[in-house]
Design a protein around this ligand. Structure first.
Ligand SMILES: [Zn+2]
Ligand SMILES: [Zn+2]
Length: 375
């Protein structure tokens, strides 16, 4: 089968002909990949700073069609040959016995995304930049009618991560549950951000969508322009190069009354950018007793001002991908509200051009459409 293989760190992918995966064992599924998208973590993988083993077929957010099922796939999952599924970066073969696997918080018994022994498709085992891929039947979601594979793939890491981060930020993921709440998204024009803006606004939140470069700001304005009018009115697009955090806070939350300055501010900020200045800007937007959810992980980490934690009672938490319940809820929300990633598609042969686009800050999501390369 064709596969785009990372053979050396900081080198381009190589298009190779490699043997397809063996028939699925246990609870595995063999899928024919229909679409696979590129995520920031693919760029991290390519640097060698976290996953040391190569060669590797990249992409951990994909969509495909089941061609073969392992003998132990549970019938409760309602999967069969031909079912179209989305594959998020949840665990592959978690151990089933550790603390995490025994405390699944609503996920399938014995399955946890936090299992330290689990593998990850596209990171520690081969992923979606290939004709076929092995996945764990417990990590996937059935694709609802009306969504194309190239639309599903970018939802599997980018969409799912930001969806779960909104819940971590204290916003219940149901219609109108965000009404009266405000959220700021730092890096709102990127792959996760532009989906997060749509989710949060459709949930009823006021959204400060913050960016600091021309291309992602243009993408953001385009995304916001496509929202219906009451939803659109809830989004404030912010250019952090020309606006101060204080101005933005007043614009979204109104001028504070004298003596109530600490109470005026945004309820939650999601940090998607790697930059310290974005982190600092986000912290300044928050009101006292609120939450900062960190989703980016720059190599050098973030510098935190302890005074924000002590005197303003700001909580800083992180967010990984989530549970099967959240994944299913996200898929039906996407269909109900017609939420789409802004995508640019490439054939499998052109993955290195896709990577170039990524590093030039094109914004939105870059997706390999496997059907484009069949001819
Ligand atoms: Zn485990
Ligand atoms: Zn990812």
């Amino acid at each position: 089968m064709r596969a785009q293989v990372l053979e050396a760190f900081n080198e381009p992918y190589r298009l190779r002909n490699i043997p397809p995966p063996a028939s699925p064992a246990g609870q595995d599924l063999l899928i024919r990949v229909l679409a696979a998208s590129y995520c920031h973590t693919d760029a991290v993988l390519a640097t060698g700073s976290r996953w040391p083993e190569l060669p590797r077929v990249g992409s951990h957010e994909l969509a495909g069609e089941i061609v073969e099922m392992g003998p132990e796939v549970s019938s409760s999952l309602k999967l069969k040959i031909g079912t179209k599924i989305g594959v998020p970066a949840r665990a592959y073969r978690p151990c089933g016995h550790c603390y995490e696997c025994q405390n699944t918080d609503g996920d399938i018994q014995g399955f946890s995304v936090y299992c330290p022994k689990a593998k990850h498709v596209g990171l520690s085992i081969n992923g979606g930049f290939a004709d076929y891929c092995l996945v764990d039947s417990r990590q996937v979601v059935v694709v609802p009618e009306g969504l194309m594979a190239v639309e599903v793939a970018p939802l599997m890491c980018a969409g799912f991560t930001i969806w779960c981060a909104l819940e971590r930020a204290g916003i219940a993921l149901e219609e109108n549950e965000g009404v009266g709440k405000s959220v700021a998204i730092m890096g709102a024009g990127g792959g996760l951000g532009h989906l997060g803006v749509q989710f949060a606004a459709k949930l009823g939140c006021h959204v400060a969508a913050v960016e600091a470069a021309d291309k992602p700001l243009a993408l953001l304005r385009n995304i916001v322009g496509r929202l219906d009018s009451p939803t659109q009115d809830r989004v404030t697009v912010v250019d952090a190069r020309t606006q101060s955090a204080e101005e933005v806070r007043n614009q979204v939350c109104g001028e504070p009354k004298e003596g109530f300055e600490g109470e005026s501010g945004i309820d939650a900020v999601l940090i998607l950018s790697d930059s310290q200045s974005a982190f600092d800007f986000g912290m300044k937007l928050l009101k006292n007793h609120s939450t900062c959810v960190v989703i980016s992980f720059p190599k050098a980490g973030f510098c935190i001002n302890a005074q924000d934690l002590i005197f303003r009672d700001i909580k800083i938490i992180g967010s990984l991908v989530g549970r099967i319940r959240q994944l299913q809820e996200m898929m039906s929300f996407v269909v109900r509200h017609d939420i789409r990633a802004q995508i640019r598609v490439h054939p499998l042969e052109k993955v290195n051009e896709l990577v170039k686009d990524y590093h030039s800050g094109t914004g939105g999501k870059l997706v390999v459409d496997l059907s484009l390369s069949e001819g």
